[in-house]
Design a protein around this ligand. Structure first.
Ligand code: APR
Length: 227
């Protein structure tokens, strides 16, 4: 039986594809204060701005491609039972060929009603006046700051069963995602790939920090896993 490998990815895995990370640019995200564009309060205050912000992010998705880090992660399915648990709202893991991806913070290519968690597939802009079938305004299917992370319970169960965990491209600042690796069994090997890795509090697990960009770091991890 294949060993279970869990990849916990953040914005850094998509950096080489040309999608900017959140915290590498003076606290601004594509020129915006995160509180204006990624909170329910921001959406209440200026829904047009928030919709436009995510419309731009969604349009950008169609111009970028998965990079080597995404591809190596997908290729690991040949040798491992891989689950990707990502904080990213892009679909680059799926486009690289990963078949088992759990999005903790939602997905750009889905839209939902402001009145419920019912979502629909959505590739176009979302504009004010675009309604869900329940008669309420559509909003991006994104988990904003201050909102619950419904997928976290499933994510914890997956991490608890992992034989290997790869953490890649995350500053480990945002909870509950940042706490997920704490659920790994103490004998589970953890690899952390990030050119500017955050410090990891003491863990009983064997932890290897690989201070490289995603593509280079994943080459190294693949070699370590397969030899
Ligand atoms: N390869 C790998 N990692 C990289 C690369 C690269 N080429 N370039 C940058 N990084 C790393 C940075 O060193 C940093 O540690 O990616 C990380 C990005 O950190 P953040 O911008 O904080 O992204 P993330 O941890 O995913 O943020 C978590 O915060 O804004 C919210 O909901 C949003 O999901 C997001 C969450």
């Amino acid at each position: 039986m294949k060993k279970k490998l869990v990849v916990l990815s953040g914005a850094g895995v998509s950096a080489e594809s040309g999608i900017r990370t959140f915290r590498d640019a003076d606290g601004l995200w594509e020129g915006h204060d995160v509180m204006d564009v990624a909170t329910p309060e921001g959406f209440r205050k200026n829904p047009a701005l928030v919709l436009d912000f995510y419309n731009q992010r969604r349009r950008q998705l169609f111009e970028v491609q998965p990079n080597k880090a995404h591809i190596i992660i997908a290729e690991l399915e040949k040798d491992f039972e891989v689950t990707v648990i990502t904080q990213n709202v892009d679909d680059l893991h799926e486009r690289a060929g990963s078949t088992n991806v759990l999005h903790l913070h939602g997905e750009l290519l889905k839209a939902r009603s402001v009145n419920s968690s019912d979502f629909v597939e959505w590739k176009d802009d979302i504009n004010l006046g675009d309604m869900h079938t329940d008669g309420h305004q559509l909003r991006p299917h994104i988990v904003w700051f201050g909102e619950a992370v419904p997928a976290i319970t499933e994510a914890i169960i997956i991490v608890e069963k992992a034989d290997y965990v790869i953490v890649i491209g995350t500053s480990l600042q945002v909870y509950p995602a940042a706490g997920l690796m704490d659920y790994a069994r103490p004998d589970t090997s953890i690899f952390y790939v990030d050119p500017n890795p955050a410090s990891i509090p003491y863990m009983a697990n064997p932890v290897q920090v690989i201070a490289k960009i995603g593509s280079e770091g994943m080459e190294i991890v693949r070699e370590k896993l397969l030899t």
